[in-house]
Design a protein around this ligand. Structure first.
Ligand code: 6PG
Length: 254
């Protein structure tokens, strides 16, 4: 199943033959959003996702033609979430992006706005809110693009099932996920920040994600069990970039 398929929830779905094609589409969209934002507003503020899926897409940002096309001087990298570890830790989302592209492109260091996972979690969350306010001004930051993944349990960023203090956070722009199953605490953008974005893109690949993709996109609305369902940007429906294996659960939809 390839091409554009729209599911009942209204999210726009783009299905690609394989993971590399989906990564290519994600990278091309990143470049397109960056060019548009810089053309229209003079800068591009993007929140990156972590985990393993984005690595292939991020690597393409550091390769031609995209490397020369993206306006790195006006591109500002933020993170949607970060594990509470240092920047060199193998589980750091910053480390993954730095290895994949940030260290390989001409972006000014001052344009890289890292979540400081090495700080005590609450301090790290408040410090990142200060970074967001410095760039976006007061209130809820409005990213040009928020890039997200999807966990097998329906989490996105570090919005985990039934972690109600985080899922219902409305006072702070950055929350601390600290429930017991986590290997380490995590910092995450709160739901209102994700939903204030001009554009949200999910990149999900692999047959192992097929059932959760179907549950999130075509199953009953149950957002505390499937936090990815909380992502409903006011500006436009999220764009889901899937490879065929991850989309098989949608193929049978009427
Ligand atoms: C993280 C991510 C997380 C990720 C999903 C999917 O910090 O791990 O922000 O939300 O996107 O867990 O991870 P994979 O791409 O590794 O399947």
């Amino acid at each position: 199943m390839t091409g554009l398929a729209v599911v009942p929830r209204g999210s726009a779905i783009r299905v690609f033959p394989d993971a590399l094609a989906a990564a290519r589409a994600g990278a091309a969209s990143f470049a397109e959003q960056a060019e548009r934002a810089v053309r229209e507003r003079g800068r591009f503020g993007v929140a990156l996702s972590g985990g393993s899926t984005p690595r292939a897409m991020y690597s393409l940002l550091a390769e031609e033609p995209l490397r020369s096309r993206i306006p790195w001087h006006a591109t500002h990298l933020f993170w949607g979430d970060e594990r509470c570890v240092g920047p060199l830790h193998p589980r750091s989302n910053f480390r993954m992006a730095a290895d994949a592209f940030v260290s390989r492109v001409p972006i000014p260091p001052s344009n890289v706005h890292r979540m400081r996972g090495e700080l005590p979690p609450e301090m790290g969350a408040r410090e990142y809110e200060a970074q967001l306010a410095e760039f976006f001004g007061p209130g809820v930051p409005r990213f040009d693009l928020v890039h997200l993944g999807l966990g097998g349990d329906g989490h996105t960023a570090s919005l985990f099932p039934f972690d109600l203090p985080v899922l219902t956070e409305r006072e702070h722009n950055v929350a601390v996920a600290r429930f017991r199953e986590l290997v380490e605490f995590r910092l995450t953008l709160a739901v209102p920040v994700l939903n204030a974005a001009t554009r949200v893109e999910f990149l999900v690949v692999g047959a192992a994600k097929a059932s959760v993709v179907r549950a999130v996109l075509a199953g009953p609305r149950d957002p505390f069990r499937l936090p990815a369902q909380l992502v409903r940007p006011a500006q436009q429906d999220p764009v889901w970039m899937l490879d065929s294996p991850a989309a098989t659960g949608l193929a049978a939809l009427p």
